[in-house]
Design a protein around this ligand. Structure first.
Ligand code: ADP
Length: 160
């Protein structure tokens, strides 16, 4: 059976920290679906279409990575995608506490799904989408924090 994982998140926007987790997870799985969560109660900085666009551009040459959006329960999306693994990144003990609760909840909902965690690389342990959004709001330089090929797309979109 092929090993399919989903990597769920808001990716608002994707950062070098997300990319690091994905690249390190590639040898572990046959396929990884980057699953962009769309929760109608949540306000996003970038519209869904734009977040999909950034990710598709970034992984156009990586056949093991697919990009898709979902709403509803992550474990239901795993069924839809025929995926048995949920991939998440952990930066800190705060992330750990949060992720443990979600993982235990998810395994109650669907015990065929296993959550797999990778610890962030030290150079990205402080990095989050919210930091990038804050820099964008103040028209600062996000190039150290987001993948190079989408820097101008991200900046242009917000200045348009
Ligand atoms: P969510 O809103 O679900 O937390 P995010 O897009 O913020 O979505 O994050 C998706 C996943 O990527 C989460 O597991 C998060 O912990 C992980 N992640 C985010 N930033 C980093 C980073 N700098 N290093 C490692 N993992 C990260």
């Amino acid at each position: 059976m092929s090993r399919r994982a989903i990597f769920p998140g808001s990716f608002d926007p994707i950062t070098k920290g997300h990319v690091d987790i994905l690249k390190r997870a590639l040898p572990l799985f046959d396929q990884i679906v980057v699953a962009i969560g769309e929760n109608s109660a949540k306000k996003y900085f970038f519209p869904l279409a734009q977040r999909i666009n950034f990710l598709k551009e970034l992984f156009a040459d990586e056949p093991k990575i697919e990009v898709n959006a979902y709403n509803g329960l992550t474990t239901d999306f795993c069924k839809t995608e025929n995926a048995n693994y949920i991939l998440r990144g952990i930066r800190s003990s705060a992330d750990f506490g949060y992720e443990r609760t979600i993982a235990q909840f998810n395994s109650q909902l669907n015990n065929e799904v296993e959550s797999i965690f990778l610890i962030s690389s030290p150079e990205y342990a402080y990095l989050s989408s919210s930091v990038v959004r804050e820099i964008l709001k103040h028209k600062g330089d996000v190039s150290p924090f987001v993948p190079e090929i989408i820097v101008s797309k991200i900046t242009d979109f917000k200045q348009a």
